[in-house]
Design a protein around this ligand. Sequence first.
Ligand SMILES: Nc1nc2c(ncn2[C@@H]2O[C@H](COP(=O)(O)OP(=O)(O)OP(=O)(O)O)[C@@H](O)[C@H]2O)c(=O)[nH]1
Length: 359
Amino acid sequence: MTPSRAQQIPVVVLAGFLGSGKTTLLNHLLRNRSGNRIGVVVNDFGSIEIDAMTVAGQVGSTVSLGNGCLCCAVDASELDGYLDTLTGPAVRLDVIVIEASGLAEPQELVRMLLASDNDRIRYGGLVEVVDAAEFPATHERHPELGRHIRAADLVVLNKTDRVSGPELAAVHEAVAATGSRAAVVRSAYGRIDPGLLFDPVLGPDRDEGVRQLTFEDLLRETAGDHEEHLHTAYESVSFSSGVPLDPRRFMAFLDSRPQGLYRIKGYVDFGAGDPDHTYALHAVGGFLGFTPRPWTRDETRRTQLVLIGSGIDAEALHKELAACRDERQEPTEALERGMWGVLRYVRQPDGEPGPPDGP
Ligand SMILES: Nc1nc2c(ncn2[C@@H]2O[C@H](COP(=O)(O)OP(=O)(O)OP(=O)(O)O)[C@@H](O)[C@H]2O)c(=O)[nH]1
């Protein structure tokens, strides 16, 4: 017997271009879940699953879809397997969130959900995160982002702290100009009201006739041609090293990164440069930030990076990174000075204000 709608678990797709703040928003939801049990599926682009590593404090199960972009899957069987696990009676989830890769075609994910044989789930809506600071440039390069926004049920205009009032208003207008009828909320660091995911915007009470996409909508909206998918123009490079990186060489690499290299994320081990911390690294467009965190006692010390861009020379980037490794590192003054270059970009996790600069 098919469970009643109220018994079905809503599955929300969390989408948004590379680096827009999906993982940050997801972590915010997990920290402020008000007793709700949230299952998470992370779909990462790039062979090291950085996002799965950065989703903190999970409740219930987390499964990661691993390398590659889910929207390329010819059928939904892989996703269905994960959903079966998450909807098992013992797991008792209230909502499942699928964090799509920054290059995924969200409509494809939604189509897979609608086509799923799993009768314990229902489609819970599409949330599109928009980086308010990068959107004008990204939209110009990728007009197809308009299609993603049009398909969304909720648009989160994120990184409001990085833009002025008039810039934010312009982005808001650009979102409306795509023809989107979605609710728009503004946020810094993804701090939206978690209730938005459950109720009322995406919840069971809303008037589904108004916005929830039908299969026909999706077929019409979805570029049938795989060539038009965002990720076809992008390439990812994974880099992993047990040898620490030299801070000076690595910063020189970052400072001269090619324009097409839009996104870098991962963790860096600077070895004797800072033996106590691993450095989470995020670069999005022209933005760069490090967040140090103490190594845990049994943690294997490694650098793990994923670089994503278009028109990049993967082999050359890999070589340049390999040249940043420092086999014979000593705690010298030069190394300490090299770390200053890194510390200039250090931020507190999720933008929490750091200690004041002075008295
Ligand atoms: N200034 C500012 N930075 C933010 C905000 N939200 C997220 N970030 C930062 O933006 C970077 C990317 O955030 P993520 O949450 O990893 O973005 P993502 O969309 O999951 O990235 P991909 O999975 O690579 O597509 C991180 O350094 C975040 O700390 C915000 O509202 N303001």
